[in-house]
Design a protein around this ligand. Structure first.
Ligand code: XIL
Length: 375
């Protein structure tokens, strides 16, 4: 299904001239099929879809996308909640769902400082673990999780968000206890557990020059140490107000020039006002007080913003197509607006419209723009 038949979209765009204007709502061809010659098009699958029989959103995911990332189910706190307990119920369900839908599975994520229980970094008395003990624990986790899904997970976000905004290494318990080389061990263990799985370094705000340079340096250190890294994951939690396409393109070019591949791993475009002018990124611990001024579209998205969102997505897809030889995948962080974490972050309880499908699962103008119009 995912064979790269056509790199570059000349054929696709010319064939689209033949399609009626209303085709997007009714067509049997999905966005993933449309881009099949260029890159995978994926979505995050929320945990509630992995706990019950298929729902509207899981059937939408199945119909439209060919790569699934667990939004939360494979994070340490869910898959390995206590030292002696692994819980594979949701992650096994993700594998089954992906097999039924002929989609690839992306494993998210093995090493992160968020959504990781405190016990991971402590001994049974609650004291900080030694470097050696934490490395043993990390290896056990990676062996168990990656080993279980050997041959079934297409690629892993091995380390997530290890960098500060200036490109230096972030202080996390992983770094503080193991040292600066912790990520080398993580990639070594992951490769040993499934030599054929792709391995990614994943982070947000990689449109910033200093941060993308930090990511490239980190990946080069891994490659020099003899480890395997297949792509840099640019999360892509964007907004109508930032970043500019030019900023993203500069970063894409920097990654391509370094000889590396790109996966856009968590794409969404918030339409809501920013909580402050300097706001950007995807730090999940950030939280701002709710106020109606920051939640202006509770009943519907006005046409002007709908149009702006569509044009933003069209620009993003045109850019990714331009670099399709180096872009392996575009994954949205959810299928419909009802699913999106952006409704609750960085301000809880808002009504955001960041994805291609509306709250009823119907394709939005943005869907038409990325599937129908010539950039
Ligand atoms: C988010 C999920 O979408 C939320 O449901 C959860 O409460 C917090 O995490 N960067 C990542 C993702 O790598 O795992 C985060 O997902 C969003 C930011």
């Amino acid at each position: 299904m995912n064979i790269r038949l056509v790199k570059g979209m000349g054929l696709l765009w010319s064939s689209l001239f033949l399609l009626p204007s209303s085709w997007a709502a009714t067509a049997s061809i999905s966005i993933a099929q449309l881009y099949q010659g260029s890159f995978l098009v994926g979505t995050a699958i929320k945990s509630s879809d992995l706990k019950k029989p298929p729902s509207l959103s899981s059937s939408l995911s199945c119909r439209e996308f060919n790569a699934f990332t667990a939004e939360n189910a494979m994070k340490w706190e869910h898959i390995h909640p206590t030292p002696d307990t692994y819980d594979f119920s949701m992650s096994d369900q993700l594998i089954t769902m992906a097999q039924q839908c002929d989609a690839k599975v992306i494993g998210h994520t093995l090493v992160w400082h968020q959504q990781t229980p405190d016990w991971v970094f402590q001994d049974s008395q609650g004291n900080a673990l030694s470097r050696d003990a934490l490395l043993v624990r990390l290896k056990d986790h990676i062996d168990t999780v990656v080993g279980r899904y050997k041959g079934k997970v297409y690629g892993w976000d091995v380390v997530n968000e290890a960098l500060n905004e200036d490109g230096t290494l972030r202080d996390t318990p992983w770094r503080n206890i193991i040292g600066d080389d912790y990520f080398i061990y993580a990639y070594r263990y992951a490769r040993a557990a499934d030599p054929d799985a792709q391995l990614y370094y994943n982070d947000f705000n990689l449109y910033k020059k200093a941060k993308v340079e930090g990511a490239i340096t980190l990946v080069n250190q891994l490659l020099e140490a003899g480890e395997k890294v297949d792509a840099i994951g640019m999360q892509g939690h964007y907004s109508l107000f930032y970043p500019s396409l030019n900023e993203i393109e500069q970063s894409v070019q920097a990654i391509v020039n370094a000889g590396l591949s790109i996966a856009v791993t968590e794409l969404d475009v918030s339409v809501l006002p920013l909580p402050d002018d300097a706001f950007s990124g995807a730090d999940i611990t950030q939280s701002f007080a709710a106020h109606p001024v920051y939640d202006p579209y509770t009943s519907r998205l006005p046409e002007a913003q709908e149009q702006q969102l569509a044009e933003t997505y069209q620009g993003l897809f045109a850019l990714f197509l331009k670099y399709a030889d180096n872009v392996d995948r575009i994954t949205f962080w959810g299928a419909s607006d009802a699913d999106s974490w952006r409704n609750n972050w960085p301000i809880r309880g808002r009504t955001d419209y960041p994805l291609l499908f509306d709250r009823q699962g119907r394709p939005k103008l943005a869907y038409q723009y990325v599937t129908q119009f010539i950039p």
